[in-house]
Design a protein around this ligand. Structure first.
Ligand code: GUN
Length: 280
């Protein structure tokens, strides 16, 4: 391996320390409510980690856990109460939601100024029109990692693999806002390998284990692997074949320990930003 490792755990720990210090200096405690519906086990772990991290930086944080059969009306009712609660600065509804619930309607129901996931169409639109307010946590975390790795962004050829609303699209917008030349690749792209090889910055967010092969990575590329995939034998791997890619890349994130820890740190950052915007 010749690539430098980008240590997401260390960058996230530093960001969390800075946030805790800023919270300690405030005359109020930012309030976060994490809503979980049903029993998806992965969501259970994510929600517990988010809630714990929020308490550690001094937020007033709580998880609201609703049964799997919760109706759309009941969930929208809860969101309306949280929207109206002056002690609540941030609302996060963990996805995926059970099938009886219209996810887009839930995302639209969260007050945009409390939308710490940055998923509301108003926040997505503000980002797309160059006026970012609350931006999605995972792509925001990737931007922190690129800067921490010393990546020169203006003019860089950045390639984003994936076009989800949670990662790919906002990722492309944040890179564009940082003056990269951005290409988005997806399932209908012709010759993914050739498109990836043009990248100076490659962000993989497709949810397919080790899809990006070593020879898709140009010499000197900075590779950010957003994927977290579990193999049948239980091991966690990213969307990038790490061992092979690390022979070509200048810098690369590991899985786990790369982007994952940044998502939670950026949720805390968004909650603090939302609290300051609402209260100061
Ligand atoms: N499910 C997977 N990623 C996310 C995320 O960033 N936010 C929420 N709310 N749910 C998710």
């Amino acid at each position: 391996m010749t690539a430098r490792l980008i240590d997401g755990k260390a960058v996230a720990a530093e960001l969390r320390k800075t946030i805790a210090a800023r919270v300690a200096a405030l005359p109020f405690r930012p309030g976060l409510r994490v809503v979980r519906v049903g029993e998806d086990p992965a969501s259970g772990i994510y929600v517990r980690n988010k809630d714990r991290a929020a308490q550690e930086v001094g937020f007033d944080s709580a998880t609201l856990h609703l049964p799997v059969g919760t109706s759309q009306a009941d969930l929208l009712g809860l969101i309306a109460r949280l929207n109206a609660d002056p002690a609540v600065d941030g609302i996060l509804v963990q996805l995926p939601l059970p099938p009886q619930i219209d996810t887009d309607a839930v995302i639209r129901a969260v007050a945009p100024e409390k939308d710490v996931d940055g998923f509301h169409p108003l926040n997505a639109g503000l980002l797309a029109s160059g006026q970012p307010r609350l931006t999605p946590c995972t792509p925001k975390g990737v931007m922190h990692l690129l800067r921490a790795a010393g990546c020169v962004l203006p003019g860089a050829r950045a390639v984003v693999l994936g076009r989800s609303n949670i990662v790919g699209r906002p990722m492309a917008q944040l890179l564009l806002a940082a003056d990269c030349s951005v290409t988005i690749l997806h399932s209908r792209t012709r010759d993914l390998a050739a498109e990836c090889r043009r990248a100076e910055i490659l962000v993989a967010a497709v949810g397919r284990p080790r899809m990006v092969r070593g020879d898709w990575v140009a010499e000197g590329c900075t590779v950010i692997d957003v994927g977290i995939n579990r193999l049948p034998d239980g091991r966690l791997v990213g969307d990038v074949d790490f061992v092979a890619a690390a022979n070509h890349a200048a810098a690369i994130t590991p899985v786990p320990g790369g982007v994952g820890p940044m998502t939670i740190a950026c949720l805390l950052e968004n909650t603090l930003e939302a609290a300051l915007a609402r209260r100061v």
